[in-house]
Write a protein that binds this ligand. Structure first.
Ligand SMILES: Nc1nc2c(ncn2[C@@H]2O[C@H](COP(=O)(O)OP(=O)(O)OP(=O)(O)O)[C@@H](O)[C@H]2O)c(=O)[nH]1
Ligand SMILES: [Mg+2]
Length: 497
């Protein structure tokens, strides 16, 4: 098999080529299975891990993203295991045991929640749980829920550390990208994000992390402007150079509003309507605090029902829903669902996931694949020094010759402020390297003509190449600008094709 030509921009093709080369080299050794897995992973959806400190709202946000209550929230043994949620043709739950064996687990839906029965296994024997579920929201990403870091039960925290290969240079994380949830920026949060940096592919890491300011509705004790305050804090974090160097973006999200918005039932809407009918002064006083809300004499609604509503919506969500019903903007569960999802910030997060992760899925998966292949090549060196070295050389060559990886380097340099760009230029680089259509990457409307795209591309080539030629730049900075120019060349060539 011949190497893909230098003009090839196809990451998958190049990684597959490397896997084929590696397979010849490792045939008959235990490394062969690893190479098969690396190749297989390239054709699967992008793996996005949801990580963060204990009770940051990870599982709730995962449910919001899937639109179903699959991941266990609050207590329960299953919150202590790394759990994968991937698209399946049918419904299946499996456990991978610590001894490597795989077992099917029984499950049922309990009041909308997925309830997994661990059977005779105890949690220490289970390495991970795999849930296959027919959901269109899992078509392009596989979501991985991780136990809280620095959790009270240290064992669970260690599992997440292991899974993400934190602080372990010899192993590659099983995730291609991470959503890191934090309630407020904490020193440990910064340490965690830094550890997720993957040194193995020269400085490309912040490109695969998005930080989420989670449980945003609780900021400022759930005041009506909680989400505005959260947005303000998130913007401040985004402007902080230290945080910018750790992730592509910071977004506030109220995962609970998203999860409940996606799963709200008509009987819950009916309870909210009943509350909205309470006399105004009484209602105001009732909505002041959780304690008052639960006082038996304030409403005919059962205290348990009110407790359930609080669990599903939080005080902020209950207030929001009641006010929208009173304003005539919502009656049914469908209306309320839309309002809750709008308020949650979920759609903005989805847009970020699309822009930064799924649109760059091939490059991010390829990056993981190269890191894993490099580990295999290093192991191979122990068995057969020359072949292992030759494979390492080929990996280096593919890494430096593949433009999609160069674009990740450009992004990295931008995020870590190694090159200084205006806000407009940063938006341009994000667009240019974003993996959208030619029109999108050129910043044009979908109905732009070929000539218009080519004009923008030519102007882009000239502008970025001019910057690259500045004598004030060091070699890396000049390379970064050159990468942008080459991306525009790719757009130009794409039109001509
Ligand atoms: N008000 C509010 N509560 C939330 C939000 N997200 C999660 N919670 C609540 O916070 C608690 C913990 O949520 P989980 O989703 O289980 O958090 P987690 O990070 O998965 O927790 P561990 O897996 O145990 O580390 C639950 O009671 C949730 O209902 C949110 O956006 N707003
Ligand atoms: Mg959890």
């Amino acid at each position: 098999m011949s190497a893909p030509g230098p003009a090839s921009h196809n990451v998958a093709e190049r990684v597959n080529y490397l896997c084929d080369q590696a397979m010849v080299a490792v045939h008959g050794t235990p490394l062969a299975d690893q190479i098969t897995a690396i190749r297989q992973r390239m054709s699967e959806p992008l793996r996005v891990a949801i990580a963060g400190r204990v009770k940051a709202g990870k599982s709730t946000l995962l449910n919001g993203l899937v639109g179903e209550r699959l991941a266990p929230t609050d207590a329960g043994e299953c919150t202590k295991v790394v759990s994968w949620y991937r698209q399946g043709f049918g419904y299946e739950v499996r456990a991978t045991l610590t001894n490597g064996e795989s077992r099917e687990l029984r499950f049922r839906r309990d009041d909308g929640r997925l309830d997994i029965n661990l059977g005779r296994f105890n949690i220490e024997e289970i390495d991970r749980i795999d849930v296959a579920w027919p959901s269109s929201n899992l078509a392009r990403v596989t979501l991985i829920d991780t136990p809280g870091l620095a959790s009270l039960t240290r064992a669970a925290s260690v599992r997440t550390h292991d899974f993400l290969a934190l602080g372990n240079e010899d192993r590659q994380s099983e995730a291609d990208a991470v959503l890191y949830l934090m309630r407020h920026m904490h020193r440990r949060d910064a340490e965690f994000l830094e550890a997720f940096f993957d040194e193995s592919l020269a400085n490309t890491s912040p490109v695969n992390a998005i930080a989420v300011l989670s449980r945003a509705d609780e900021i400022g004790a759930g005041r009506p402007d909680a989400l505005d305050s959260a947005a303000h804090i998130a913007n401040r974090y985004s402007d902080d150079e230290r945080i910018r160097a750790l992730c592509v973006s910071v977004r506030p999200v109220a995962g609970l509003l998203a999860e409940t918005g996606a799963t709200l039932e008509e009987h819950e809407a009916a309870s909210l309507r009943a509350l909205a009918g309470i006399e105004e002064t009484e209602l105001q006083s009732m909505l002041l605090s959780v304690d008052r809300f639960l006082k038996p004499e304030t409403s005919d609604l059962l205290v348990e029902t009110r407790q359930d509503l609080l669990g599903r919506l939080g005080l902020f969500g209950v207030r929001l829903a009641i006010r929208k019903i009173q304003a005539g903007e919502a009656v049914s569960a469908v209306d309320l669902s839309r309002i809750l999802i709008d308020a949650s910030g979920l759609e903005e997060l989805r847009a970020l996931l699309e822009q930064h992760f799924t649109a760059r899925a091939l490059a991010l998966k390829g990056r993981s694949a190269l890191a894993s292949l490099r580990n295999c090549a290093n192991d191979l060196i122990q068995l057969d020094r020359n072949t292992g070295r030759r494979l390492l050389g080929e990996i280096e060559q593919v890494e430096s010759a593949t433009h999609a990886f160069a674009e990740l380097r450009l992004l990295h340099m931008m995020l870590t402020a190694q090159i200084r760009l205006s806000d407009d230029e940063q938006a341009e680089v994000n667009r240019l390297t974003g993996g959208g259509t030619l029109e999108q990457r050129a910043g044009l409307d979908p109905d732009a003509t070929d000539e218009q795209i080519q004009q923008v591309a030519l102007a882009g080539i000239a502008r970025w190449r001019q910057r690259a030629s500045s004598p004030l730049l060091d070699r890396n900075q000049a390379d970064a600008f050159e990468i942008a120019a080459r991306s525009y060349e790719g757009i130009y060539a794409g039109v001509a094709r």
